[in-house]
Ligand binder design. Structure first.
Ligand code: CTP
Length: 207
């Protein structure tokens, strides 16, 4: 299969030197990319800025903003069989990006934020015969929120994890199906979870 994987954080710039972002090491997505290559798949990795080496044998598109993530994914998705979306996407961006560097005035300033595009929801809408695997990072009411995201983004399953996953080498995930069943649970090093997730997709998601 040819698999599109999104990973790492996106950035939304306030001015040319300051940005809003998410805490994300990119480790889960990069581990999945490596596991997919080892399992014999072709991988296209769309990645935000992370401190990890590019996995061998993977086609990489480097992005920074959510808009760049969207453009890359819309271009690459049609040539792929499915997507695994692990990116920690910035949901808001400053309404205006200031050119140059903002100077202090001594007074408080207010940042007006507007929502960015929901990339996975857009890909889910146009998936046709392709499969879509989302991730949900939840801190409260995890199952309800994860299921809302699965439906909204037209996912074939969603991988639920919590905030302890951020920057950790380990993770604990639950995979939820469209009929709200827990269809798998994995815990341990992200590298091992990545292998289990690829096996799960091969066995249960690919039609
Ligand atoms: N995602 C995306 N584009 C966005 C936001 C999220 O593609 N603008 C993807 C993520 O990569 C992940 C899934 O959607 O696979 C869920 O992301 P998450 O951040 O958990 O949820 P949100 O939809 O952003 O909702 P909220 O932040 O309100 O929890």
């Amino acid at each position: 299969m040819r698999i599109l994987i999104t990973a790492g954080p996106t950035r939304e710039y306030v001015d040319d030197v300051r940005f809003l972002s998410n805490a994300s090491s990119g480790r889960m997505g990069y581990s999945i990319a490596e596991a997919a290559v080892r399992a014999g798949h072709e991988v296209v990795l769309v990645t935000g800025p992370v401190d990890l080496p590019v996995p061998e044998g993977v086609q990489v598109a480097q992005i920074e903003t959510t808009d760049e993530l969207r453009k890359s994914c819309l271009e690459l998705f049609p040539s792929c069989d499915g997507i695994i979306a692990t990116a920690a996407v910035c949901d808001y961006r400053p309404r205006q990006r200031v050119h140059g560097k903002m100077t202090k005035t001594g007074a408080p300033i207010v940042l007006e934020l507007v929502e960015t595009s929901d990339v996975l929801a857009e890909l889910g809408e146009q998936k046709a015969h392709r499969w879509v695997v989302g991730f949900a990072l939840e801190s409260q009411d995890p199952r309800t929120n994860a299921m809302r995201k699965l439906r909204m983004k037209n996912c074939d399953c969603i991988v639920l994890n919590d905030t302890s996953a951020i920057s950790s080498l380990e993770n604990q995930v639950e995979i939820l199906s469209p009929d709200s069943e827990t269809v798998a649970e994995f815990r341990g090093p992200k590298t091992r979870i990545a292998e289990q997730l690829i096996e799960f997709i091969e066995d249960k998601i690919v039609k």
